[in-house]
Design a protein around this ligand. Sequence first.
Ligand SMILES: Cc1cc2nc3c(=O)[nH]c(=O)nc-3n(C[C@H](O)[C@H](O)[C@H](O)COP(=O)(O)O)c2cc1C
Length: 339
Amino acid sequence: MKKIFLVLIVTFNYMYTINAQNPDFLFMVEQAIKAPSGHNTQPWLFKINDSSIELHPNPDKSLPVVDFDNRELFVSLGCATENLCIAASYKGYKTDVSINEEGTITIKLLQTGSATPDPLSEQIAVRQTNRSIYNGNIIPGDSIRILKAIPVNPGIEIHFYESGTAEFDTIPAFIYKGNRIQMGDEAFQKELRNWMRYNKKHQDETNDGLSYAVFGAPNLPKFIVKPIMAKAISEKSQNNGDRKKLKSASHLVLFTTKNNTVEDWINLGRSLERILLKSTEMGIAHSYFNQPNEIRELAEQMAESLNISGEYPTILIRLGYGEKMPYSKRKDAGEVIIN
Ligand SMILES: Cc1cc2nc3c(=O)[nH]c(=O)nc-3n(C[C@H](O)[C@H](O)[C@H](O)COP(=O)(O)O)c2cc1C
C-alpha cells in the first residue's frame, strides 16, 4: 500500500512538472530529442527556464571507449540544439545560443511576431540514419550545390567527395583499418553490445540504443538474435557490409573542425543536423562511417591523404538514395527534463 502511494506521488509530481512547463518550450524539447546521437544514447538533459532552455551533457550516457573525450557526445548535443532552434522558429521565437566552459548550451528564447518559421522543422521527425544498401544513383550536381550553400557554423569545414573521384576512393582503406582496430578491441565490442537492443521487447524497455529493427533484423527471441548479432560484430562482417554500403553511395561527406574544442564540436553538430534535415527534405538518405575519425592516428593520416592536414576529421557520412528503414526510439521528454 505504501509502495502504491509512493508511486502515485512520483507520477503526480512528474505530470505536474511536465504540465507546468510552457507548452511551446516542451514542444521544442520534444523536437530536440529527435536528434541523432552516437549509439542512440541520447546524452542530453534539458532545464527549462522562463525565457531560455539549457542543454546539459548527461555524463551517465558517455561512451568512454569509442568516444573517450566526449567529442561525439557534444556533436550530438549540437544536433539537438539545432533541432531546438528550428522548432523555436516554428513557434515564432528568435533564438540566441551561447556555450559555457563546461559545455552547457543556453538557448535564449524571444517570442516575436517576426521570426520566420524554418521549413526544415517538418523534416525533424522524418530524418533517420539509414544503414541500408542504397541504389547507387548519383545525386545531381544541383542538389549537391544546395547542400553546399547551407550556412556553416564558425570553425567547421565540410568536404563533399563524389563516388568515382580519387578522394572518395582514398577513404575506404581508412574505414577498413578502423574496423580492424575497433573490432579487435574487446572493450569496444563490450560497449557496443551494451547498447544493442535485441528485439522489440528489449527495445521498448529502454527506448534508447541500437535497435535490431534499424539493422533490418527480425523480431525474434533474444536467445536467437543475440548470437547472430554478436557474430556480426567482427572485422570481416563489418568490412563486407561497409564495402557494399560504400559501393551503393553517391557521396561521402567529411565534417572537420579547426580547433577540436567543445565549442567546435557543438557547432559541428549544428551544421551536421542542418545538412541532414535538408538532404532528408530532398529525399536523400544518410548514414555514418565514423570509425576513422574515432581513432586519432587514422584521422590524421586520412586528413593528410585528402590534403586537409591541420583540420580535425570528426564526422564522416555517406549520402545516396535508399528505401526508408524503421525508426529508432526515443525516451519521453519528461525523462530528460531536469529541475
Ligand atoms: C556523433 C554521432 C556519431 C555517430 N556514429 C555512428 C557510426 O559510426 N555508425 C553508425 O552506424 N551510426 C552512427 N551514428 C548514428 C546513431 O547511431 C543514430 O543517430 C542513432 O542510433 C539514432 O538513430 P536516428 O539517427 O535514426 O534517429 C552516429 C550519430 C552521431 C550523432
